[in-house]
Design a protein around this ligand. Sequence first.
Ligand code: UDX
Length: 431
Amino acid sequence: MNVCVIGTGYVGLVTGAVFADLGNDVICVDNDKEKITRLKKGVMPIYEPGLEEMVQRNVSDNRLRFTTDIAEAVKKSEVIFIAVGTPPKENGETDLSYIEAVAKEIARSIDRYKIIVNKSTVPVGTGDFVRNIIQTNKQRDVDFDVVSNPEFLREGSAISDSLYPERIVIGAPNQNVAMALLELYAPLERPMLITDVESAEMIKYASNAFLAMKISFVNFIADICEKAGADITQVVKGMGYDSRIGSAFLQAGLGFGGSCFPKDTLSLIQTGRKFHEPPALLEAVIAINEARISGFVRRIEKRLNPLSGKVIGILGLAFKPNTDDMRDAKSLEIIALLRNKGVTLKVYDPIAMDNAKSLLGDAVAYCRNAYETAHGADAVVVVTDWNEFKLLNLDKLKQEMKQPIIFDGRNIYSPERMKKMGFEYISIGRR
Ligand code: UDX
């Protein structure tokens, strides 16, 4: 099938590469000329395991190409995926201006029947919005359909999530249109749900907000555990055995960050308000999440008081492991608060150092590894749960430190082991 994907961010680029890998002819479009020039040279704009190899393979097999020419891409394709950014506005509503601009461009170039698929995360009703824009701006008398096909991939495992999705959701106006998408996804042999456009749009937000709710819930329970002398890791183990609850996404820590959960939860709050449904539950999810870092820094301060003049090593800068993404990363909040209190910060991340440098400049000292980060430190703080940190030589780390205090925001070590090794170990929701 001839397919084009508009937008070469996480979702667009991975989707384009995967569709090409399944044997389709794919054109990836972006209006960022530099990004396209770099992609043509094989330089990826993001770090994502397996992506570069997949792109290279399909480019050299002539199934995948990159362009800034949206009109040409639209004309050559039967199915057009929209995968542009949908950032939050000041009030938490979703900014649809990129979607609107793309819909207008499609309207200008559409020359025969096409299926336009919304892959970007967009509030319920956006399918209609896109349909109206194309209908009113199209320059030829051609028919088209608008489909919602939300993406559930996670950064860091985007390729495998796209090749082995737990479900594929297709929100289509009728069965024929759904069949075309079904055909595109059939080689994956994964469960598919065919539904209407509005329900598909809601599935995405409901899923992300539910997962965010799980995380805030477990963080609330963790705070009680800490005070009551219970152990959150034991509590979630006991909860997870109940198949109605499940054990996934119950890891207590510094809260959720990244480009999706915070913004999608805020957007669903706005949707609730729009339809006069009180969003108190989701407001609590956000409030708990927003209080995580100030609470954690208070604990650091209580132990190291006064903070001024202290040296702290930060392990992990990316918002989660296996990505270089720093959007809504907890490290940024922690670093800002500690710097305000006069702390000297040394930082290290296995992959996100370049992105961190562009955001943090000379506010922190950049280290080459965890041991260098710990050197001369009054404490080390684990912010991102990279595997590399789980496998550290902790004796060596301890020798580097001025005093062996570890604040673990992700519960990656066992408290008993840390105690035996002579660390003062402060983690989340555990004694
Ligand atoms: C998420 C959804 O998982 C994905 O389906 C959707 O398409 C996009 O949003 P992503 O933002 O890449 O994916 O990361 P995810 O792995 O879901 O983690 C989100 C945040 O939650 C991270 O900050 C992570 O550290 C945190 N988290 C996750 C927890 O604090 N505890 C957990 O148990 C799980």
